[in-house]
Design a protein around this ligand. Structure first.
Ligand SMILES: Nc1nc2c(ncn2[C@@H]2O[C@H](COP(=O)(O)OP(=O)(O)OP(=O)(O)O)[C@@H](O)[C@H]2O)c(=O)[nH]1
Ligand SMILES: [Mg+2]
Ligand SMILES: [Zn+2]
Length: 314
């Protein structure tokens, strides 16, 4: 079979996006080096024209031995992972940027130590995953640095609410088989703070040092090692997308009004709130706050709710 039909168009998936150049892999696993042009059409309304994970149509350009082309069409995205640009717009004038598209699950990568476990960030990601209808998987790396039992206790509120969790160490290899099986057959985007070990984990999954990590680059903490999203095939099946570390996860679309619905464990106790419009923050006779007191709702999760609520505009 040939992915290229004579001189006709080729369809493929964007595996890498860097400085206006895109690597598109076709059905025959051939990589096309592509650009966009004024005639590139898109079925999406996002500011980002092409992102890693996009299904695109490539028109081969005259060329040499190398597969080169222009992207003529970007297919509709079934899901997107976006980030807000810090203050400045980027060169294409974008304020928000699609980092990855068409993903089956969001892998929230946290670390047990160095940097310490950040439950608040996990909760922000989970709010997004509920809002976007995107399945989430919580992966806590660097278990080699802590007591596994303590970590399990910290993750209990998530497991109790039906979220999948996976405790791993890219260093020791602990939990990697379980992680592999949770990624099988899916396109998974790895996201989380800088330095939690996203790239190190992916290198371990694919069995080679394809991605630059802080270890390899000698990067000190606080510096982002990964700067572009890249999609890689995991031996067996499935794809993983490495993404740059983020400081704060963008929650556009989430309001004070709808936030309560993205904490699944609130739905039951919410029915006992005295006011149907209860925000579960200051109102008397609040079912959710009662449930926190009884231990039916985890106090840390409730604190995250309040913290996120405060950051949202009225
Ligand atoms: N102790 C320990 N260190 C680890 C583990 N996994 C990764 N590290 C170290 O953590 C540091 C950061 O790893 P990276 O893979 O570069 O982190 P990242 O999440 O990709 O960071 P950004 O690309 O900046 O977002 C490196 O020094 C790794 O060697 C682990 O399981 N245990
Ligand atoms: Mg990285
Ligand atoms: Zn309430």
């Amino acid at each position: 079979m040939n992915g290229r039909h004579g001189d006709t168009d080729v369809t493929g998936i964007v595996h890498e996006a860097r400085g206006g150049m895109y690597v598109v892999r076709d059905a025959c696993d051939r990589d096309w080096l592509c650009r966009t042009f004024r005639g590139t059409r898109t079925e999406n309304g996002d500011e980002t024209l092409v992102a890693v994970g996009d299904r695109v149509v490539v028109r081969p350009t005259d060329g040499d031995a190398q597969e080169e082309g222009v992207i003529v069409q970007v297919r509709e995205r079934s899901s997107t992972l976006e980030r807000k640009r810090d203050r400045r717009r980027n060169r294409s004038g974008e304020v928000t940027q699609v980092i990855a598209s068409n993903i089956d699950q969001l892998v929230i990568v946290a670390s047990a130590g160095e940097p310490p476990l950040n439950r608040r960030l996990i909760d922000r990601y989970l709010v997004f995953s509920e809002y976007a209808g995107l399945p989430a998987l919580i992966v806590v790396n660097k278990v080699d640095l802590v007591e596994e039992g303590d970590l399990e206790k910290e993750l209990e509120p998530y497991a109790r609410n039906g979220y999948r969790t996976c405790i791993v160490s890219a260093e020791s290899g602990a939990g990697m088989d379980q992680l592999r099986s949770l990624l099988s057959g899916k396109i998974s985007a790895f996201s989380g703070h800088s330095g939690v070990g996203k790239s190190t984990l992916i290198n371990r999954l694919i069995g080679e040092d394809r991605l630059v990590t802080a270890e390899l680059s000698g990067n000190s903490r606080g510096v982002h090692t990964t700067t572009n999203a890249v999609m890689l095939a995991v031996p067996g099946d499935g794809y993983v997308i490495d993404t740059p570390g983020i400081r704060e996860f963008n929650l556009s679309g989430i309001t004070r009004e709808n936030l309560r619905f993205w904490f699944p464990e609130f739905l039951e106790p919410m029915r006992e709130c005295a006011y149907s419009s209860c925000t579960h923050t200051v109102e008397p006779r609040c079912g959710v706050r009662q449930a926190v007191e009884d231990g039916r709702v985890d106090a840390g999760r409730y604190e995250s709710y309040c913290a996120i609520f405060e950051t949202l505009e009225e």
